[in-house]
Ligand binder design. Sequence first.
Ligand SMILES: C[S@@+](CC[C@H](N)C(=O)[O-])C[C@H]1O[C@@H](n2cnc3c(N)ncnc32)[C@H](O)[C@@H]1O
Length: 318
Amino acid sequence: MTSTPSSPSASTNTSLTSLSATHAHVFDLGRRYHAYREGAYPLPDDAQEQQRLELLHAVFLSAAGGKLLHAPLPPPAARGPRVLDLGTGTGAWAIALGEARPDISVLGCDLSPIQPRWVPRNVGFEVDDCESAWAYGEEKFDLIHVRCLGGGIGDWPRLLGQACAHLEPGTGWIECQELEMSTQSAAAAAARAYPALASWQRLLRAASISAGREWDAAPRLARWVRDAGFVDVRQEIRSVPLGPHHPSPALKTLGQQALALIHESLEAYSLALFCRELGWSREEVGALVGGLRGELSRAEADGGVYVRAWFVWGRRGA
Ligand SMILES: C[S@@+](CC[C@H](N)C(=O)[O-])C[C@H]1O[C@@H](n2cnc3c(N)ncnc32)[C@H](O)[C@@H]1O
């Protein structure tokens, strides 16, 4: 793997050196990846991935009926509420919340420095690994948001425990949102009609387990959140159709967005994981993705195939 810093070259000045380290990138397999804690997260962070993350944001908003959150936010108060967005990506969610609630300060952290520079005054970003010990000291947040970190986290119980410790006792909330990549179908026979997709999901799971950061966190989130010390834990699971078949205009739009997202996700999810963990070549991944696209088009034509969005939220006990 070759490292190619795209930021100013290292300097003898310590702070500049560390800025360079956090703002560098690594190029591999024809895509760009994060360099800080290199290799920890297997998806790229280049312009193509950033567009995929904007699509992901749109899918979650549509799946949640336009809501950024299910957990309650404290009302405007003397001390403005503080929100932390772990694995913020392009910061789309953090920026949307900051725009909607100028009284809230929102901090997003990510392994990749891919957030825009021009953001609302109440929104800030930092490069950090949320699996490390947090540097917030005694600082407490009112809400911590974790969206789509499946595949990036090796120890969910530890992460959620750390989140719980950094929330206001009694009033601080956590909200986790995950998209399950396994395609579902109303008819079991229809599921068997998509063998390439089923095999891809099995390989993805195996490769992510081999990497020590399993993809399919969604079904276990609620239990982990409870075990971490949260109370009033609630879970909602929404079906996200793949394709524009649904008669309802909102679900039609969601289906179109989700299908585009899955198409964009095939290579992003598979490339580094399958090459690094399963020993595949780039060409083999390309061929797999071609086959998956064919099946996805068939699934779109058939209708009735969907993935699931999971929303889990809970309050820190007093
Ligand atoms: C699928 S993206 C989701 C981005 C954003 N949460 C959203 O929903 O739009 C996952 C993000 O988590 C970041 N990430 C993964 N593991 C991380 C870690 N241990 N610490 C900080 N960020 C991490 C990745 O760099 C990536 O930007």
